[in-house]
Design a protein around this ligand. Structure first.
Ligand code: F6R
Length: 613
């Protein structure tokens, strides 16, 4: 995913910008570039640019052997969406000699805008949507607008998502930035200011940040920052972030697992940023070739291991209910040794946090010999083998996951899979109106997860009742069955309590025999059509003396009774429920393990990345 850094200072900024890009490397990219406002011998400003394909250290070497110098500048790491990775497609993009800009996100109506510009005589050097924005700004500048006015007028014409940072050598003392659908943060310094798509990029120069809001446009000068929202000048608070605990530090948390559970609202937001606009999903975010591939898809084959396979099982329900597309989910270690019959028009999807899981990689290599439409990797590591060997990929933005038990990787996988289901549903008749509704729900997700994390104290209290148990059952119906499976997996791997997940309707076909007063039974009860049936199944448990712990959507007002402990989960739509209900189960397993005193972050016998068969 792309990254932006910008700076305006009295000192040389090129090293600040390059260091910022280095810090954004973890997000994945294929090319990088930098533009500074330099001075000619006669003192006139001009924009000087260096761009390279590949790693930031290639850009660093190219910059070293150039004369690039300046106190105002912008830089970018690009992950190709429109146009292949190349020097011409890398940012910053120019319009004439005067304007340069960097952009994160996707402009959906760029083709229409581009053809208007071509008719007006603009020539295009790149295949990108971004170059269109540069020319639109230029068009306003030649009509007499200031740079700020030109950006304000231009963003009104853009559909899709953008985080923009623009410089102009005719107004060399400012950066103009704008955000909608892609994050931007202003780093506040003394006599110097900065901008970035992620505050991590600016950790070396400031600890004071202004988080721009959706629709904000700002003018950043050395001594002044002015922000507008819907044409009105606004004030935004400066937040001091004394020390941003990186992915490899626990910060205030006792364990990485707990930290990673609590990071979920932020990393889900980061995973959605630039992939969904206000009203629609941005399918180009899956890669340049993605739309043509998706056009051919009639069914989906998902392959993964462990927690990632549970994400696949949830996605099967979404693909069938939203996209009306059949989906098959297989465990990679099983798939790779089977005779596989590929239905025409099937997309092969792998899901993996690490992208190095031996069985998943072997399954991909096997699948590439079969007649799939293409391979898509949903993965958390941009440089992994899985991403490199797949035709297209979509990165989860979970950041490094250190706890062996996967938490934030799982929920970000689910967020991407929901986006994928919507993208495919467009081709099977999902109306723009319905897409808008689904996207509206997706935008609520980080906030609902944040509220759900508020259950941690209550869950900690009930977790004590599990610590002396040896066995437990997890129940869910329909799309909540994989959620129950994930809850059971979390409990067994970090607390070593045997946990078994069942579709609640299967109870009476065998497992009910296990139920007695020593067997805790955990159930997830969202507000959906299966609620009545689930309640009936749960009565079967309490009638046999079993102790039930029911995580129930608060809107259904499920009442606690003698043998039923109800934990009310913040209400959410049916579509978000699998993601939201995962969170209390993660917390439950964490607190049970904490009470038992097991090694939460490094459970016995397990490794974070399973690179052997
Ligand atoms: C469980 C867990 C494992 C992994 C599995 C696949 O908490 O982390 O089950 O999900 O080993 O790993 P990835 O996703 O890296 O392919």
């Amino acid at each position: 995913m792309c990254g932006i850094v910008g700076a305006i200072a009295e000192r040389e900024v090129r090293e600040i910008l390059l260091e910022g890009l280095k810090r954004l490397e973890y997000r994945g990219y294929d090319s990088a570039g930098i533009a500074l406002i330099s001075q000619k011998k006669n003192g006139d400003p001009f924009i000087d640019t260096v761009k390279t394909v590949g790693k930031v250290n290639k850009l660093q070497s190219a910059v070293k052997s150039s004369k690039l110098s300046g106190r105002v500048g912008i830089a970018h790491t690009r992950w190709a969406t429109h146009g292949k990775p190349s020097v011409t497609n890398a940012h910053p993009h120019r319009s004439g000699e005067d304007i340069a800009l960097v952009h994160n996100g996707i402009i959906e109506n760029f083709e229409a805008l581009r053809s208007v510009l071509v008719k007006e005589g603009y020539g295009f050097e790149s295949d990108t949507d971004t170059e269109t924005i540069a020319h639109l700004i230029h068009q306003r500048r030649v009509k007499g607008d200031s740079l700020l006015e030109a950006v304000k007028a231009t963003v009104k014409r853009l559909e899709g998502a953008y985080g923009l940072c623009v410089i102009d050598n005719n107004e060399p003392d400012k950066l103009i930035v704008a955000r909608s659908g892609s994050p931007l943060v202003i780093g506040v310094g003394i006599g110097e200011n900065f901008v970035a798509s992620d505050p991590l990029a600016l950790g070396q120069v400031t600890d004071r940040f202004i988080y721009l809001e959706e629709g904000d446009i700002a003018q950043i000068e050395r001594e002044e920052i002015s922000i507008w929202h819907k044409s009105k000048k606004v004030k935004r608070e400066i937040t001091t972030v004394l020390h941003q605990a990186g992915d490899t530090e626990k910060g205030q948390y006792q364990h990485f697992m707990l930290k990673e559970i609590f990071e979920q609202p932020r990393v889900i937001q980061e995973t959605l940023d630039g992939r969904v606009s206000k009203t629609s999903v941005l399918e180009q975010a899956f890669g340049i070739e993605a739309p043509a591939i998706f056009d051919q898809v009639q069914s989906v084959q998902i392959v993964a291991c462990g927690t990632s396979s549970h994400a696949g099982l949830v996605a099967k329900y979404w693909l069938e209910s939203i996209a009306k597309i059949p989906c098959q989910v297989d465990i990679a270690s099983d798939y790779r040794y089977r005779d596989i019959i590929v239905q025409p028009g099937t997309l092969f999807v792998t899901i993996s946090q690490s992208g190095e899981t031996a069985d998943t990689l072997a399954a991909l290599r096997y699948a590439k010999k079969l007649k799939y439409v293409a391979s898509l990797a949903i993965c958390n590591v941009a440089t992994s083998s899985l991403v490199r060997e797949s035709d297209i990929s979509m990165l989860t933005m979970a950041g490094q996951e250190i706890g062996v038990a996967s938490t934030k990787a799982f929920t970000t996988q689910l967020a991407i899979l929901l986006v994928m289901a919507i993208v495919l549903a467009r081709r099977t008749g999902l109306s723009a109106e319905k897409e808008k509704k689904l996207v509206k729900e997706l935008h609520k997700l980080p906030h609902v997860i944040e509220k759900t994390l508020g259950l941690h104290r209550q869950i900690k209290t009930i977790s004590k009742q599990f610590s002396d148990k040896h066995h437990s059952l997890f129940l869910g119906r329909g799309i909540q069955y994989p959620v129950a499976k994930e809850g059971a997996l979390k409990l067994k791997e970090i607390s070593y309590i045997h946990a078994e997940a069942y579709p609640a309707g299967e109870l009476k076909h065998g497992p009910l025999a296990l139920v007695d007063n020593k067997m805790p039974v955990v159930a997830v009860a969202p507000n959906n059509d299966l609620l009545g049936k689930l309640k009936a199944n749960l009565s079967e448990v309490s009638a046999r003396g079993g102790k039930l712990y029911v995580f129930a959507d608060e809107s259904i007002k499920y009442q606690s009774e003698k043998r039923i402990k109800v934990i009310n989960v913040p209400s959410c739509s049916e579509i978000l429920a699998p993601i939201v209900f995962t969170v209390p189960l993660q917390l439950l397993s964490y607190y049970v393990a904490l009470t038992k005193g097991t090694d939460v972050d490094h459970p016995r016998n397990l490794a974070k990345s399973v690179t052997v068969e």
